[in-house]
Design a binder for this molecule. Structure first.
Ligand code: SF4
Ligand code: SF4
Length: 333
């Protein structure tokens, strides 16, 4: 019995793009980076979020009655429901009262034992496909104790446990989690420190340092780059990253993830500004050209979601903001 509690955004079953085989991905809440292209804004804050979709509202007024904080009020003139985010304490009472799902609370607190019970349900699929459990986010190491306990619990019960992390934390803090994982997946988004700070809010110095130390542990690694037009979609940038990671002895492969503007509606629902308006996904041809430039470093390269020459959105936009929603294809080296 492990009673350590974490704040979870979602537990998603049958994931095909969060590591090898069929996997269950546990998305943890809270992130210490702010990538401008993040398509999971609901994972950024460590606390619960309230997603509001006014187009689904039938103006029944149930949420107004339920809210004891004055955060939801009926506009006398229009009859619309006004939402004061500055009054809202994310208690979720309105979401529970809303029959039309116009309000959804994102986040729930679960113990390690509860998560384990849920993820273990698909053990047969993991065994058959070489899959397992992936702990993702947000950034899982923001809930370090819970992450470590969950990794241990999964492995202790014979489940392959992967950790998807941004590596942006002091080594001494995250080492324990990295050592508990059967597989670590992390992003290198840009090699330029200045550009990295502009795009993510933080320098990449610590990430690159941690990546090098991690590679010395011998843990199998998958390195990924979300390919974002205007930021890193050039053979020069991708080639630099590929050369950097080519010296990691335990690198399984490098994966390029084409940007998809999938998170747009979530930003609206959360009342957050979306900074990637008008940016489109890179074409399959440009993705192939980038993959070719990466292969020049002598490493295996995959392009996520390239099926029959077309970049496919998976329809699952609840992937980690570090990486992009797209089906994972085996054998596309
Ligand atoms: S409970 Fe839901 S449907 Fe009813 S007014 Fe509130 S948001 Fe609209
Ligand atoms: S989450 Fe709670 S405080 Fe916020 S609007 Fe809903 S009922 Fe009110």
């Amino acid at each position: 019995m492990n009673n350590k509690v974490g704040t979870i955004t979602e537990i998603q079953r049958f994931c095909l793009h969060d590591g090898p085989g069929i996997r269950t991905t546990v998305f943890l809440k809270g992130c210490n980076m702010r990538c401008v292209w993040c398509h999971n804004p609901e994972t950024l804050r460590p606390t619960f979020d309230i997603l509001v979709q006014p187009t689904k509202c039938i103006r029944c007024g149930a949420c107004v009655e339920e809210c004891t904080h004055g955060a939801r009020k009926i506009d006398e003139h229009t009859g619309d429901i006004a939402y004061r985010t500055d009054y809202c304490v994310s208690c979720g009472a309105c979401a529970e009262s809303c029959y039309s799902s116009a309000i959804v609370r994102v986040g729930r607190n679960l113990s390690v034992s509860e998560v384990l019970l849920e993820v273990a349900e698909d053990r047969a699929y993991y065994d058959r496909s070489g899959g397992g459990v992936t702990i993702s986010g947000g950034e899982p190491t923001c809930q370090l104790e819970f992450t470590v306990a969950l990794l241990r619990a999964c492995r202790g019960h014979g489940l392959h446990a992967a950790l998807e992390t941004n590596l942006y934390a002091p080594w001494d803090r995250v080492e324990i989690a990295l050592r508990e994982a059967d597989l670590v997946m992390f992003d290198i988004k840009l090699m330029s420190q200045v550009r990295h700070r502009e795009a993510t809010g933080v320098s990449n110095t610590r990430i690159l340092h941690n990546a090098t130390r991690l590679s010395q542990l011998g843990t199998p690694l998958i390195v990924r780059t979300p390919v974002v037009p205007g930021y890193n979609d050039t053979p020069l940038e991708i080639g630099k990253i590929a050369r950097y990671i080519s010296r990691f002895p335990s690198l399984l492969y490098y994966e390029l993830l084409p940007f998809h503007p999938l998170g747009t509606s979530k930003y609206e629902s959360l009342g957050m500004p979306y900074l990637m308006g008008g940016v489109h996904e890179p074409s399959p041809d440009s993705m192939r050209a980038l993959a070719d430039s990466a292969r020049e470093a002598g490493i295996a390269v995959k392009i996520a979601g390239l099926i029959d020459g077309q970049v496919q959105a998976s329809g699952d936009d609840n992937d980690n903001g570090n990486a992009f929603a797209a089906p994972f294809l085996l054998g596309q080296t």
